[in-house]
Design a protein around this ligand. Structure first.
Ligand code: SF4
Ligand code: SF4
Ligand code: SF4
Length: 384
């Protein structure tokens, strides 16, 4: 009962406080602009064209590359574009302007600054092998409260992949700030093993926190209820299929398949439909039994992050000289990844979320979160 009670309290806390937080920030709706039936006629001036289509001055200035206000009186066809091209291209500019207007440009730099600070602390704790069960739990709680409840659902690592695909498919444009955010997140993955997912992502830390509610007293195995390690070939297979479906539906119908079920919406709960509620509560409940189900089964950034994780500079490594093959690290790891790291010459290594369970459980200090490539296991040292 305690586990279920804590799950309910956690979900109620996130929903209740997120509703207040969204109100305080003054929510901006994240939507893709609908296609506009552009009103234009030969001989129309730029100013007339802008007024007829309710376009902002800055959009007109950027679109026609105006150098001075006098150029507002020039005919729209004097800028080297046919009427048909203007009609197509202006829709793209409107899409980008709508995207820009939907962002809170105060919150985004604040969130990124706090992300770097917060992840810096987590990084130092892992390097120094000081990530304990208690600290982990506090940091996950702080992570989803700060980056989800207080600073909202957007931006998120997942959004930089998913929203970029959907916007490009629907409008043929790339929103440059999102590309920058994706590059920063990917760089963090390359620097320190999926660190943005481990400690920065609001939904990742929430799922991890819930998973820890069903662990034993030293966080080395399941608690009151069983927990399951999904075979990576199955979880990654589903994730790849989901990614393909996302791209296919986006390009075929300009539709976002996560629109109804996006679990990040728990941080803007008033935007969720009944289907969304059922899906999100179901995913969070599943997190008691399976480690980070959304990350492993669906998340598009989970998939791209897993690919870039292969290049990580800092990662979980095993010193086979010190290893006594007790497999305590593998048992303590919430997913199949530590088993694959130990026997890495035989298997594809699944996502490691740098939680530090393996560091804490190793009796000989053979596991470290450190810089460098992973060594090959000593032949015959480890079972199967
Ligand atoms: S994989 Fe998980 S932690 Fe990473 S972005 Fe997706 S939801 Fe967040
Ligand atoms: S190998 Fe497993 S236990 Fe170790 S940090 Fe990665 S996910 Fe956590
Ligand atoms: S817990 Fe340490 S000693 Fe035991 S198998 Fe893992 S690395 Fe080797």
């Amino acid at each position: 009962m305690k586990t279920w009670g804590l799950l309910l309290v956690t979900i109620a806390f996130v929903i209740g406080t997120s509703i207040i937080s969204v109100e305080l920030w003054g929510q901006k709706e994240e939507t893709i602009a609908a296609d506009v039936q552009v009103k234009l006629q030969p001989g129309m001036t730029v100013a007339e064209f802008g007024a007829a289509n309710a376009l902002s001055k800055s959009l007109l200035k950027d679109f026609f590359k105006l150098e001075n206000p006098e150029q507002l009186q020039k005919p729209i066809t004097d800028f080297g574009l046919s009427l048909e091209q203007i009609s197509t291209e202006i829709n793209k500019s409107i899409a980008l302007e709508t995207e820009d207007a939907s962002k809170n440009w105060l919150k985004i730099p604040l969130k990124f600054s706090l992300w770097f600070l917060f992840m810096g602390v987590c990084f130092a704790l892992l390097i120094k092998k000081k990530m304990s069960k208690k600290r982990r739990l506090i940091l996950y709680a702080l992570g989803f409260t700060l980056f989800g409840v207080i600073l909202g659902a957007d931006p998120s690592p997942m959004g930089t992949v998913k929203d970029a695909i959907v916007l490009y498919a629907a409008k043929g444009v790339i929103f440059k700030p999102r590309l920058v955010a994706f590059s920063v997140f990917t760089l963090l993955v390359v620097l320190a093993n999926k660190f943005i997912c481990s400690w920065g992502c609001q939904l990742g830390t929430l799922q991890d926190f819930i998973f820890r509610l069903n662990r034993n007293s030293d966080d080395t195995g399941p608690g009151r209820w069983p927990q399951f390690k999904l075979p990576f070939v199955i979880s990654n297979g589903i994730r790849i299929l989901f990614f393909i479906a996302l791209i296919w539906v986006a390009f075929a119908w300009a539709y976002d398949i996560t629109r109804e079920i996006d679990p990040f919406k728990i941080f803007k709960p008033l935007n969720m439909s009944l289907i969304g509620w059922c899906f999100v509560v179901g995913t969070l409940t599943l997190s008691l039994f399976v480690y980070r189900p959304w990350c492993h089964l669906c998340c598009p950034f989970g998939l791209t992050g897993w690919l870039f994780e292969k290049l990580s500079l800092f990662r979980i490594r095993v010193d086979y000289g010190k290893c006594i093959s007790c497999l305590a690290c593998e048992n303590a790891c919430p997913s199949p990844v530590m088993g694959a790291i130990l026997r890495r010459d035989k298997t594809v290594v699944p996502d490691c979320f740098s939680c530090g369970n393996c560091l804490e459980s190793c009796p000989t200090g053979a596991v470290s979160f450190s810089y460098g490539k992973r060594a090959k296991p000593t032949s015959g040292k480890l079972p199967g």
